[in-house]
Design a protein around this ligand. Structure first.
Ligand code: SAM
Ligand code: DTB
Ligand code: SF4
Length: 331
């Protein structure tokens, strides 16, 4: 059994001592603790860094759907697979702002705009920058996910006032090329560095339930925790079923206790990061979500759809948070 880990965690770019580098064996030892010990440790760290009775609410919009040249084996939007999804062009700014306003009225504090691109063209980026500035004027936090960025593109998004950029590592380095072949993990890490250098906060996580092993899930957490600065926001997606993609052949829904253990391990490895219970909540019972909140998850996506797949209904989420005494903008 591992003892409670006492470590100094400071940004490696500050003058304070460097942050701890996590070893996989340490993550595995934590993950395999007796459940009560793991949860106790995660709760302690959670309470030291966050209000344990609050969750953040974000809302998603696909501003450009489908026809993506990447071959991510889990994704409904890849042009490599026949998923029956209709591709659309980039939405006009005013329509996006109207959806953001409705999301704000429904209880979202952050609005995340996603486009199915390998990387944005500069003329597309002009429009996205315009959307970011307009959504910020509504008083919401903004996030976009547009694929790979150059340093200059990241600067432009920063100048437009963007708060967060979402770009996931998706899985462990070992499992990565079983899922995606059209861009490398290093490509993704390079984009994350450009986003950081531009002063934008990083939202980076991945997916579980694609047929990976527990070691891969932990390898992903260790990769995230050991980035030069850990992501401010860590989405943990449970694979939402999509017909026609390769992951359909390998997918295996994780044991609920394994999911709670993973969230707790994420909380311990990244004590200051907001951990988002992202896709896949449609498959989770109220009890499992409650366990994940206890383990340190403190953000959810609200709204009936994510990008192209289902999410629990707003009223079900509001009722669950109410029964747990958790505050949010949904109340
Ligand atoms: N094209 C951009 C990119 O890949 O960075 C942005 C959109 S992409 C849909 C954002 C993330 O959503 C992916 O990196 C993946 O982690 C997650 N995702 C995509 N499809 C999913 C699914 N069916 N179930 C769960 N998560 C999914
Ligand atoms: C993330 O990690 N999860 C969100 C957000 N980042 C963009 C996307 C989930 C997408 C789920 C599949 C879909 O709805 O198409
Ligand atoms: Fe394209 Fe993103 Fe889907 Fe990959 S996850 S196919 S990059 S939209």
């Amino acid at each position: 059994m591992v003892d409670v880990v006492e470590i100094e965690r400071t940004d490696s770019r500050s003058s304070a001592p460097p942050r701890k580098t996590w070893e996989r064996a340490e993550a595995e030892a934590l993950y395999n603790l007796p459940f009560a010990d793991l949860m106790f440790q995660a709760q302690g760290i959670h309470r030291a860094n966050f209000n344990p009775n609050h969750v953040e609410t974000a809302s998603l919009l696909s501003i450009k759907t489908g026809g993506c040249p990447e071959d991510c084996g889990y994704c409904s939007q890849s042009a490599h697979y026949d998923t029956g999804l209709k591709a659309t062009r980039l939405m006009p700014r005013d329509e996006v702002v109207a959806v953001a306003q409705r999301a704000k009225d429904a209880g979202a504090s952050r609005f995340c705009m996603a486009a199915a691109w390998r990387s944005p063209k500069d003329r597309d980026l002009d429009q996205v920058c315009d959307m970011v500035s307009a959504v910020k004027r509504l008083g919401m936090e903004t996030c976009v996910t547009l694929g790979m960025l150059t340093p200059k593109q990241a600067e432009r998004l920063s100048d437009a006032g963007l708060d967060f950029y979402n770009h996931n590592v998706d899985t462990s380095p070992e499992f990565y090329d079983k899922i995606i072949t059209t861009r490398t993990l290093q490509d993704r890490i390079d984009t994350l560095a450009h986003v950081r250098d531009a002063g934008i906060k990083v939202c980076c996580g991945g997916i579980i339930g694609m047929g990976e092993m527990v070691e891969d899930r932990l390898g992903m957490l260790v990769l995230l925790a050991n980035l030069p600065s850990p992501p401010e926001s860590v989405p943990i997606n449970l694979w939402n079923e999509v017909k026609g993609v390769p992951v359909n052949e390998t997918a295996e829904r994780p044991d609920p206790i394994a999911l709670a253990r993973l969230v707790a391990t994420a909380r311990i490895l990244m004590p200051n990061s907001v951990v988002r219970l992202s896709a896949g909540r449609q498959y989770m019972t109220d009890e499992l979500q409650a366990l994940c909140f206890l383990a340190g998850a403190n953000s959810i996506f609200i709204g009936d759809v994510l990008l192209t797949t289902k999410n629990p209904q707003r009223d079900r989420d509001a009722d669950l948070l109410d029964r747990l005494g958790i505050t949010s903008r949904l109340a």
